[in-house]
Design a protein around this ligand. Structure first.
Ligand code: GRF
Length: 196
């Protein structure tokens, strides 16, 4: 099973995925990183980890369709089976959604449908919730609305700060995302993808 990861920034989830599947390389390999931000730190991680990558921005293309067609061309060329978004800060368009139907997964740092969008951790913290968490879900054409695969809760402590909450969320992301992807791959291998 060949996986591509899409990211836009830091790339800590990308690194956790690469390290996990290097240990379990019979099941899946991270074949490619795509990044839409030419200066993102994730590109340095890819270089260090020896993962092939491309980086280009939609601004370099006349339309979103053309941008995604270029990505799709590389996905096809590399025979990618599954696309894993890990901090990819764009809405996936019809070109990729149609080509990879039910094969694009995302991780979001809140308990969806609560706190979708760019600032899931901060928005939950500001709302003074007692619990928040992470959601792993399939991508559809909405923003953080696709069928949910997995959620994990965190209870905020009385002394919680935004920084401590961010650290907790990232820690469970790094632990859970690779394991959930592994389970999805096992289901794909056994012929069925189970979701609503
Ligand atoms: C993660 O919190 C993820 O849930 C969200 O974007 C963040 C990416 O972090 N979609 P990193 O780039 O993997 O460090």
């Amino acid at each position: 099973m060949k996986i591509a990861v899409f990211a836009s920034g830091n790339g800590s989830n990308f690194q956790a995925l690469v390290e996990y599947f290097l240990k379990k390389n019979q099941l899946a390999t991270i074949e490619w990183l795509f990044c839409d931000q030419p200066n993102a730190f994730v590109l340095q991680r890819a270089q260090r980890l020896g993962i092939p990558f491309h980086s280009f921005s939609p601004k370099e293309f006349p339309s979103k369709k053309k941008y995604e067609e270029k990505i799709l061309e590389i996905l096809m060329d590399k025979e990618i089976d599954l696309v894993v978004l890990a901090g990819y800060m764009r809405i996936v368009g019809a070109t990729l959604l149609e080509a990879y139907e039910s094969k694009i997964i995302n991780i979001h740092p809140s308990l969806l449908p609560a706190f979708p969008g760019l600032h899931g951790i901060r928005d939950a913290f500001k709302a003074q919730v007692t619990k928040t968490g992470i959601t792993i879900h399939y991508i559809d054409k909405g923003v953080d609305t696709g069928p949910i695969i997995y959620q994990e809760k965190i209870t905020l402590s009385k002394e919680e700060t935004l920084e401590s909450l961010e650290a907790k969320i990232h820690q469970i992301e790094h632990q859970s995302y690779p394991k959930v992807i592994e389970k999805i791959i096992e289901e794909m291998n056994s012929g069925g993808i189970k979701h609503d």
